[in-house]
Ligand binder design. Structure first.
Ligand SMILES: NC(=O)c1ccc[n+]([C@@H]2O[C@H](COP(=O)([O-])OP(=O)(O)OC[C@H]3O[C@@H](n4cnc5c(N)ncnc54)[C@H](OP(=O)(O)O)[C@@H]3O)[C@@H](O)[C@H]2O)c1
Length: 239
């Protein structure tokens, strides 16, 4: 696996869960990282032993569009280039059309964080990713972006949309070397699944295994495009 040669990757929601696992893995592999988090002071504390010449921490709030442009601009002015974007930050809220679970505000919030913010970050990042010639976008979607599980459809709708965005990025960016992968995991052992009762955390996919896959995707050459990567911890029908 070759890659680094100074490659710079942005990761949203890098302060915990899957995002932090990806950041830790990519840092060990030698990437330069620009880490986005709502609470950047907390993240600065987590990575205080890391080589600051390879790591930048910026404020990123999915609901504050100005923080998106500011984060991208700071990244490019600090490192002089941008080669990868991992749209990881996301939320789950219960929303069903069959009962009173969730209201429209929950749906709007999931739409804003899980879809509109990756759209905005991608639009801002694309000129730099095209310039890179080996630009990569990894969208952390979900198995719920490949299939609908039960009546809690709100989250699934946003993740289907993120998978659609991923295909559009891959097709539209292709000629300039931009490749995009929709990563679609089932249950992953993080805070997001801590209240799941149907499966113990130790039987769920580890965020570290996902991080290893993200590193591989980022290191692949332009002639090995992975459009979707479905990862599961149980034998669902879809994967
Ligand atoms: N865990 C699973 O089973 C699973 C399965 C499939 C896909 N996913 C997806 O994987 C991604 C990461 O999830 P996770 O399991 O690591 O969840 P997590 O531990 O709950 O972490 C969620 C991350 O998203 C960030 N975030 C949430 N709202 C934000 C906002 N408004 N602005 C900026 N950042 C925000 C959080 O930041 P704060 O710390 O500031 O809240 C945190 O860094 C999500 O997109 C999720 O949908 C998770």
């Amino acid at each position: 696996m070759i890659a680094p040669d100074g490659r710079v990757v942005m990761i949203s929601g890098a302060n915990r869960g899957i995002g932090l696992a990806i950041a830790t893995n990519l840092y060990s592999a030698g990437f330069c990282l620009s880490l986005g988090a709502r609470d950047d002071t907390g993240l600065k504390n987590i990575i205080k032993e890391w080589d600051k010449s390879r790591v930048l921490v910026c404020r990123y709030d999915a609901l504050d569009k100005e923080s998106h442009t500011a984060w991208i601009n700071s990244t490019v002015s600090n490192f002089g280039r941008l080669d990868g974007l991992v749209n990881n930050a996301g939320i789950w809220k219960n929303f069903s059309v069959f009962d009173e679970s969730g209201d429209e505000e929950d749906l709007d919030l999931m739409w804003a964080v899980n879809v509109k913010s990756p759209v905005s970050l991608t639009k801002n990042a694309l000129p730099h990713l095209r310039k890179s010639g080996v630009g990569r976008v990894v969208n952390v979607a979900s198995l719920a972006g490949k299939a609908v599980f039960g009546s809690e459809v709100g989250y699934s709708m946003t993740k289907f949309a993120l998978v659609a965005l991923s295909h559009a990025i891959r097709q539209g960016g292709w000629d300039d070397g931009v490749r995009c992968t929709a990563l679609c995991p089932g249950y992953v052992a993080t805070d997001l699944t801590s209240s799941v009762e149907s499966m113990p955390l130790e039987e769920m996919t580890s965020p570290h295994d996902l991080a290893e896959l993200v590193k591989t995707i980022l290191c692949l050459s332009n002639t090995a495009s992975v459009a979707e990567l479905v990862v599961n911890c149980r034998p669902d029908i879809v994967a």
